[in-house]
Ligand binder design. Structure first.
Ligand code: FES
Length: 145
């Protein structure tokens, strides 16, 4: 069996929503200290809906595929829904990631969360801090695919 699903290969080769949004309403940047990969997510938000989303990822193929899939999953969705997106859901939408690559999908979940938090802070919107736990580098690293 191939190590990577066709969906992972597709999103790696033809990533959706790559780029920057110069007048973004929220920007989130996270990194993984172990592998050194970095992901940046830009959000354009109107009336609580994610109207547009772009990403820049300096990282491995799984991180690029995860960013691409995650942006597709939250585009056009309410912030409340984007906040519930888990790395596991991103990996499942990609038809799975190898266990040792699950941490790449964690970056996508964390970058989206960081961008939403940035949006709330920039716009002086009160938010529930418990929705934004500190990133945990070891999260899901041992998750089965
Ligand atoms: Fe670093 Fe994939 S190896 S995010």
């Amino acid at each position: 069996m191939a190590l990577y699903s066709e969906k992972v290969m597709d999103h790696f080769r033809n990533p959706r929503n790559v780029g920057e949004i110069p007048d973004a309403d929220g920007v989130g940047e996270v990194g993984n200290a172990r592998c050194g990969d970095i992901m940046k997510i830009y959000l354009k938000i109107k009336d609580g809906i994610i109207e547009d989303v772009k990403f820049n990822t300096f990282g491995c193929g799984s991180a690029i595929a995860s960013s691409s899939m995650a942006t597709e999953l939250i585009k056009g969705k309410p912030l409340s829904e984007a906040l519930t997106l888990t790395n596991k859901a991103v990996a499942e939408a990609l038809d799975g990631l190898p266990a040792h690559k699950m941490h790449c999908s964690v970056l996508a979940e964390e970058a989206i969360r960081a961008a939403i938090k940035d949006y709330y802070e920039r716009h002086g919107i009160a938010y529930d801090k418990s929705q934004f736990p500190e990133p945990d580098e070891d999260k899901e690293i041992h998750e089965e695919n």
